[in-house]
Design a protein around this ligand. Structure first.
Ligand code: 5GP
Ligand code: MG
Length: 458
């Protein structure tokens, strides 16, 4: 996954871009990069690590005073040698491109390279916009929230282009006025810029299948392919910032709804004996930070207060992508510490977004037990995951996969059997997930929990 952004602005484009890029950092922490361009040149900076390490104020001072377009990304893939934006220098154009998505490709290739390889073939004998259109048409099984800056060496000007695949699998938000365009993976970073004084006439999500571009001739928008939305459900469950709104649906509210749904589906008010209010021997806590919003929803549903029971060491970064199971466990152990006073002598209901392999949940539950928790229920806002995302090449041992076809209650029991420190795993149903987001089922991709492939939809 990747956080992407693009800014076209005649004033202070470097600083505005850097501020926008900070706001998509949660979507990838392995590497960061930007491309900046003006009338006559296009330059790229990138490197391994966080935005603040790779770019920071240095980028603002390195970028040219007369630059007016920047695209950039914060990437989750550890592609030490191929950090986006990727450049294609071909005859009259110099193009720098980055995308959040998946382009069918050879395993070792980056998505940007795969896209640019197709674009290069389409560019023969035509100009950039028709070539991009053709590229979009010729990639029916790809998905992308894409930003490109295109320097036209002949005309001596640069264009910022944003495009989104017809399914709109990944989010993409746009803010514009007559002379400027800001595009970012999510709405939250644009809120931040507005809060700092940036003013826009119009803000919304980029329509799936459309392309928006801006240069010295103005802004244009065209619907290249009919939209067939299949927005990734997991954006609302885990990927997105809680302060973002996607397709008109608040991420935080969706997560709270998932908490309410858990309480209802598993009759937790009765199960936990809180009909008359709080119990001193029950603690409801989140796994920080991904379990916070769902935990608030669970507590609301139970009509009791949630507490803090686990504190995260935020400086360890994301441990999910570590391939080696032993090392991933060590990283998870290092990352979480328990507040004994919250959990000792109590039944603990701990809330998180999802269980993939179960490493994090077991590690956290084990620490809760060591701190004196008498019982541990693991409440999961997502449904059981049976299928790896079609864009994920890694073959992860999915904890729920062997139990496909059983009820969520049964799956919860069977998964808990494999996680010695957990008494019960309580999942949501796929229907709860869709209802909690609040978009029609036909507009959401639920492949990993239902096996319904939006690319095979007729
Ligand atoms: P696991 O069960 O594999 O040990 O860890 C799952 C946890 O990793 C989730 O609760 C979630 O917070 C975090 N996580 C980080 N990146 C991802 C991702 O791409 N997909 C999922 N499902 N979880 C992720
Ligand atoms: Mg987590």
């Amino acid at each position: 996954m990747q956080g992407v952004m693009g800014v076209y602005a005649r004033e202070d484009v470097g600083r505005k871009s850097l501020y926008t890029l900070y706001g998509v950092q949660h979507r990838g922490q392995e590497s960061a990069g930007v491309a900046a361009a003006g009338d006559r040149s296009l330059r790229v900076w990138n490197g391994a690590g966080l935005v603040s390490r790779v770019l920071d104020e240095r980028f603002v001072s390195f970028s040219h005073p007369d630059d007016y377009v920047v695209v950039g990304s914060a990437s989750g893939e550890s592609v030490a040698t191929d950090i986006p934006p990727r450049v294609l220098d071909i005859e009259r154009y110099k193009i720098a491109l980055t995308l959040d998505g998946f382009i069918p490709k050879k395993l070792e290739q980056s998505n940007e390279k795969a896209f640019l390889d197709v674009l290069e073939t389409k560019l023969k004998g035509t100009s950039i916009i028709p070539a991009l259109r053709e590229t979009m048409w010729s990639l029916p099984t790809a998905y992308y929230s894409l930003l490109a800056v295109v320097l036209d060496k002949k005309e001596e000007r640069s264009t910022l282009i944003a495009a989104r695949d017809p399914r709109g699998v990944r989010p993409l938000h746009v803010a514009r006025s007559k002379t400027k365009l800001f595009v970012a993976s999510e709405s939250a970073p644009i809120d931040v810029l507005e809060g700092m004084g940036e003013a826009f006439d119009d803000r919304r999500d980029v329509v799936p299948g459309s392309m928006i571009y801006i240069n010295s001739e103005g802004i244009r928008e065209e619907q290249v392919i009919e939209p067939r939305p299949a927005h990734c459900a997991f954006e609302w469950v885990y990927f997105g910032r809680p302060d973002s709104v996607m397709e008109g649906k608040s991420v935080h509210v969706a997560r709270k709804n998932l908490g309410h749904a858990l309480v209802k589906t598993h009759e937790l008010v009765k199960q936990y004996g809180v009909e008359k209010g709080r119990r001193d021997d029950l603690a409801v806590i989140p796994v920080p930070d991904s379990g916070r919003s769902v935990c608030t929803g669970v507590a609301e549903g139970l009509n009791i207060q949630a507490d803090e029971g686990i504190i995260k060491n935020a400086y360890l970064g994301r441990t999910y992508l570590i391939y080696d199971p032993a090392f991933r466990k060590t990283a998870s152990d290092l990352k979480h510490n328990v507040i004994r006073a919250t959990v000792a002598g109590k039944k603990v209901a701990i809330c998180d977004d999802s269980i993939v392999r179960g490493t994090v949940s077991e590690s956290v539950a084990k620490s809760l037990r060591k701190a004196g928790a008498t019982e541990v229920d693991f409440l999961v806002s997502y449904a059981p995951i049976f299928y790896p995302c079609f864009s994920d090449p890694a073959d992860k041992p999915l904890a729920a996969k062997p139990f496909k076809g059983k009820s969520i209650e049964e799956i919860g029991c069977l998964v808990a059997e494999g996680l010695p420190s957990i008494d019960h795993v309580l999942y949501n149903t796929p229907e709860n997930v869709v209802d909690s987001i609040g978009l029609p089922l036909g507009k959401i991709c639920t492949f990993c929990i239902t096996g319904v492939d939006p690319f095979k939809k007729s």
